[in-house]
Design a protein around this ligand. Structure first.
Ligand code: NDP
Length: 510
């Protein structure tokens, strides 16, 4: 078990932000805390470069962007070391949930974007002499504002998609993980993408706010509900379209016929991967009474076997927590749940020593009114609640202001799909957890306060474009009948025609 008392962020020289290793407190480097003028200048540089880039044919853009996968793999080992050091996660997580996600997404969209963004004909059902089609053009400059929990795959995945769509991009990474974003910039520059086209502006919240105010044409925000609402309001003020990827409180419904061995392993990974700092983390479990005790026994056994510690020097399963305030948040929620009657089956405390750790924790006896079942934990704690029926589990799963991901465990796939379709979430997985973020072809995003819009998939790619409509003449006619001059005879014929088209049909029953 790793150590830990919380390390406060290091104070740095004026106008700079110091990044540090959350497992040890050792400073790693510092970056400028950029102001509004620097942000505006970055957006202007990206805009100038975008004019040329947007005119490059899509197939050629894809060819050039696909080089990013190659430079990423060339520098993968160094990048993984940095992600482990600055983010606190394990090497396996840095590889599987950060580097692999971006490499695969790059290859996938470079291969498929020409088809996904091809002009789309719209057959007109009435005006057969005319034709319509949609075409997708770059938005201009996309502002990406990113969190610290997946400091590489979230922003750089968005950057790659935005570049393919023909945009310039300005990224504001979290103040907790700026070095990883700068490493991403280096990888993209080395791939031969014009360096002015993609800019990184480092700083804190005000730098993100300045990016929204800087005249960007689209904003992709990933972060908390509270900040998301502020950013959405600022976008609304300027009528800038945006995608909001916000918090989650993923429920896991464990049915009476679930494969408990697989379910317990899935829940452990889904709750403790990246120290639980995943928007799609298993944040609450509703277990059918008939399997509750065996499930808890298995989950606790797996949890007790997990090795926690500094992933940069040891082989561990659960790394450090990236942000000191998150350790406080988990502790507060666990303590309050225990005071209200929950029982800690394992874990339950922050670690001792210099790093930011909270023990992988399993709680039972939880009830829906506890904060731990209602608020985002964003840490390695899994609260479990016993339910009497699947219907009760569905009702409780939907009793939340959030709806990003949800999970259903059952051997009866048809029944599990029926349950999945009743759960209010952007994505419901059956007998699995988390991993659709790594499937670039599937959409990512939430319902309710988990967000607006989608990233990834054809939907996410098209959101990075302006979709425009062109209507043209397939057959030349001298004039349309509804043009001037208006005549009574034309009116009478038009009315008759409409009655035939839209009125009661002789063959219809009622
Ligand atoms: P925050 O909302 O605190 O921050 C997100 C980003 O917004 C950071 O870069 C932050 O900068 C910046 N920011 C802060 N204030 C402003 C502002 N006024 N205007 C513009 N930008 C601003 O979220 P966290 O970084 O703490 O991330 C954790 C949250 O993200 C969780 O709620 C999690 O569920 C959610 N999330 C959602 C995902 C999804 O796909 N739906 C995926 C991953 C995480 P700084 O950090 O420098 O303050």
């Amino acid at each position: 078990m790793g150590s830990a008392a919380v390390v406060p962020p290091q104070a740095g020289p004026a106008g700079r932000i110091v990044s540090y290793n959350p497992a040890t407190g050792v400073p790693l480097g510092d970056v400028p805390d950029m102001g509004a003028d620097e942000v505006k200048a970055a957006v202007a540089r990206a805009r100038a470069a975008q004019r040329e880039w947007g005119a490059v044919p899509l197939v050629e853009r894809c060819r050039r962007v696909s080089r990013i996968a190659e430079t990423l793999m060339e520098g993968a080992s160094e990048l993984i070391e940095l992600i482990v050091k600055e983010g606190g996660k394990t090497r396996m997580e840095a590889l599987g949930t950060e580097v692999a996600v971006v490499a695969d997404l790059t290859r996938y969209f470079c291969k498929h974007a020409p088809k996904l963004l091809a002009p789309e004909p719209i057959p007109l059902h009435l005006l057969k002499h005319r034709g319509s089609y949609l075409h997708h053009v770059p938005r201009g400059v996309v502002g990406v504002i990113a969190p610290w929990n997946f400091p590489f795959s979230i922003p750089i995945g968005e950057v790659v998609m935005a570049l393919i769509a023909g945009n310039g991009v300005v990224l504001k990474p979290s103040e907790m993980t700026p070095l990883i974003a700068l490493a991403g910039k280096d990888i993209i520059d080395r791939a031969g993408i014009p360096p002015e086209l993609f800019q990184v502006v480092t700083g804190r919240g005000p730098t993100g706010a300045a990016l929204v105010e800087s005249g960007v044409d689209f904003v992709v925000f990933t972060g908390s509900v509270a900040t998301g609402k502020r950013v959405a309001a600022a976008c609304g003020e300027r009528l800038i379209p945006c995608t909001m990827e916000l918090g989650g409180k993923a429920p896991a419904i464990v049915c009476a016929d679930a494969d408990l061995a697989r379910t317990a392993q899935a829940l452990a990974w889904g709750g403790f991967c990246n120290s639980g700092q995943v928007c799609a983390s298993v944040e609450r479990v509703y277990a059918h009474a008939s399997v509750h005790d065996e499930l808890v026994e298995r989950l606790v056994a797996i949890t007790r076997g997990l090795r926690q510690g500094d992933a940069s020097s040891d082989e561990v399963d659960v790394g450090a927590m990236t942000w000191d305030k998150q350790v406080d948040n988990v502790e507060r929620l666990v303590d309050a749940a225990v005071k209200a009657g929950a029982v800690v089956q394992t874990g339950g405390k922050r670690g001792k020593g210099p790093g930011q750790f909270f023990e992988p924790t399993v709680l039972t006896g939880c009830t829906q009114d506890m904060d731990i079942m209602r608020k985002e934990i964003f840490g390695p704690a899994i609260p479990v609640m016993k339910v009497a029926s699947e219907e009760e589990a569905i009702r409780l799963a939907n009793d939340s202001h959030l709806g990003l991901n949800a999970y259903v465990f059952s051997k009866d796939t048809a029944r599990a799909r029926q349950i999945a379709e009743q759960v209010e979430a952007g994505t419901v997985m059956i007998n699995d957890v988390l991993n659709t973020y790594g499937c670039p072809e599937t959409p990512w995003g939430g319902v309710k306060q988990s967000g607006v819009g989608r990233t990834h998939s054809v939907i996410g790619l098209k959101e990075l474009c302006q979709t425009r409509h062109v209507n043209y003449d397939r057959v030349a006619v001298p004039r349309e009948i509804w043009w001037y001059p208006y005549k009574q005879r034309t009116f009478d014929w038009a009315l008759k025609g409409m009655k035939l088209l839209f009125g009661k049909r002789p063959w219809s029953r009622d």
